[in-house]
Design a protein around this ligand. Sequence first.
Ligand SMILES: NC(=O)c1ccc[n+]([C@@H]2O[C@H](COP(=O)([O-])OP(=O)(O)OC[C@H]3O[C@@H](n4cnc5c(N)ncnc54)[C@H](O)[C@@H]3O)[C@@H](O)[C@H]2O)c1
Length: 285
Amino acid sequence: MHPIKTISVCGAGTMGSGIAQICVQSGYPTLLFDLNAEALKKSIDIIYANWQGLVDKNKISEAECLEFKSRFTFSNNINNCKADLIIEAIIEKLNAKIELFQQLEAINPINTLLVTNTSSISISSIAAKLDHPYRFAGMHFFNPATYMKLIELVKSDHTSDALIKLLQEVAVKMGKTAVISKDSAGFIVNRVARHFYLESLLMIEQGNTSIESIDAVLEATGFKMGPFKLMDLIGIDINYGVSCIIWEALGKPKRLKASVIQAQKIKQNELGKKTEKGFYFYGIK
Ligand SMILES: NC(=O)c1ccc[n+]([C@@H]2O[C@H](COP(=O)([O-])OP(=O)(O)OC[C@H]3O[C@@H](n4cnc5c(N)ncnc54)[C@H](O)[C@@H]3O)[C@@H](O)[C@H]2O)c1
């Protein structure tokens, strides 16, 4: 396998934007791809504003900002998605991901490495549909990707050790810590964290306390964010989807059942920060 010199990121939503930004900042010429031109434009505006913010805070110079911009390209045409490493961060739907990876395999050479940022889909279920599954793995960033230090590298039975080694090198270059997980429901973090969310939601369902109190208690004990603030940041729909997938994959145990409160929020399109309302309100009052 070749060393990784260029990166493409597919999906310019919450995660893809942050991942593309950190790839550029880590020195990789990076192309950001999204089918939706409007989503792509929004993402570019956010990334440029973030870099300007770093200039304003004297964290980078004007020259570095220009250098970042010169390494950053974008497109809404998949045929431009050619790189040594392609990081997929599109919607959390198995068939959409399989279709995208099959297109990427068709337009890229054999030495292009392919990874998915999925939070909850089985890596093996995607690998099974690829021509060369040894060059495919999970590379799971956390939200916000520019800030969170952890990356889970997820192996299917076919993922080659050489790929994991190259991904570890990329993680180091990004200033991140990579841990390796076998392909299993929720990998490490999302499995362990289920109780953080679900037990808190259950306490609200049972009328025991308030969301503010639970967030305050957990923040006071050292968590950067309480569960309700974190669900609002992640997206209640995304968090709920992860819960459902893990619950199904582990044989529907009662202790991991997704909360009706989240289902109601999704029905009302109160998805968190991205819709300006979730457990908290983020719009102009
Ligand atoms: N949100 C989180 O906190 C978080 C954390 C870790 C991992 N993830 C994972 O990252 C992935 C993306 O999540 P997100 O929160 O950024 O989603 P998002 O909804 O914010 O963004 C998804 C983007 O993908 C684009 N897209 C959809 N289908 C596409 C296709 N076929 N080709 C190109 N672009 C396409 C959409 O236009 C959208 O811009 C998911 O797999 C999710 O499980 C999310």
